[in-house]
Design a protein around this ligand. Structure first.
Ligand SMILES: [Zn+2]
Length: 253
């Protein structure tokens, strides 16, 4: 169960999806086993928010009791007597839909490698089109927010690239006004196999831009492998240096 919860939430209770999609590959039977009941779904945000147990946001106390039942359960501090909903401040708050329906929507959207439209979601989970559209929008937004804030760890292959083609009459090659510089970052598993790719638009391949990119996208200690380009190595290029084999390896500080 713990692994299931870890796969769906990060500490801020926004949605995580790449842990499921690329590391755990949670199957539908596993999902149903973990989140097939309202009780299981309402417990998940609680465990993600307070992994070491309840802490009162007002007085910091831990002694509490549970009031209400099912998805309406709340925690009440024994000292200050304030109550907190299990789902307060999360994607699951203030909803009339069963939590199991919301969890299923997240699961389907996060597992689909080719994308799932709001219309397809409506058909899969049996809600109205406006409801499906709103859920689709919120889940995709949460996934994008989490991905933007996610810093890569371990071994990461990084290279430079451009999106877009040359414009007629414009400058050729990298100088084309129609080309957008991007950084491709591919985390590798223990066997050196790629897990997924994180593509980030950057203002250019300057020292300053690469340093900012590295600070936002790489956790300290990340081993950076650059196969083709020298842009992501060199001590003056944002803390990246060293060399191993036919790859250029650097260390994020
Ligand atoms: Zn309290």
């Amino acid at each position: 169960m713990a692994a299931c919860v870890q796969g769906l939430f990060d500490p801020k209770l926004v949605l995580a999806y790449n842990l499921i999609q690329f590391e755990h590959g949670m199957s539908l039977p596993e999902f149903i086993q973990c989140f097939g009941t309202e009780t299981a779904c309402v417990d998940a945000p609680y465990r993600a928010r307070w992994p070491a147990g309840f802490v009162c946001p007002r007085c910091g106390g831990s002694a509490h009791c549970v009031v209400g039942s099912g998805s309406r359960r709340r925690l009440q501090c024994n000292t200050s007597h304030i109550q907190r909903s299990m789902t307060a401040g999360t994607f699951f708050a203030s909803t009339k839909l069963p939590l199991t329906t919301r969890f299923l929507a997240i699961y389907l959207l996060s597992q689909s490698k080719t994308g799932l439209s709001a219309l397809a979601l409506k058909r899969r989970i049996g809600v109205s089109h406006p409801t499906a559209w709103l859920m689709h929008h919120k889940v995709m937004e949460a996934m994008a927010d989490r991905e933007a804030a996610h810093r890569l760890v371990g071994a990461v292959e990084v290279d430079d690239a451009y999106l877009g083609g040359e414009r007629a009459g414009g400058k050729p090659g990298r100088g084309s006004e129609n080309k957008v510089p991007i950084a491709d970052a591919v985390p590798l598993n223990d066997k050196g196999h790629p897990l997924y790719v994180k593509v980030t638009q950057i203002p250019g391949f300057t020292n300053d831009a690469i340093s900012k990119w590295a600070r936002s996208n790489l956790a300290p200690g990340t081993a950076v492998l650059s196969v083709r380009s020298g842009i992501f190595r060199g001590g003056d290029r944002g803390r990246l240096h060293a060399q191993r084999g036919n790859r250029q390896q650097s260390q994020a500080a």
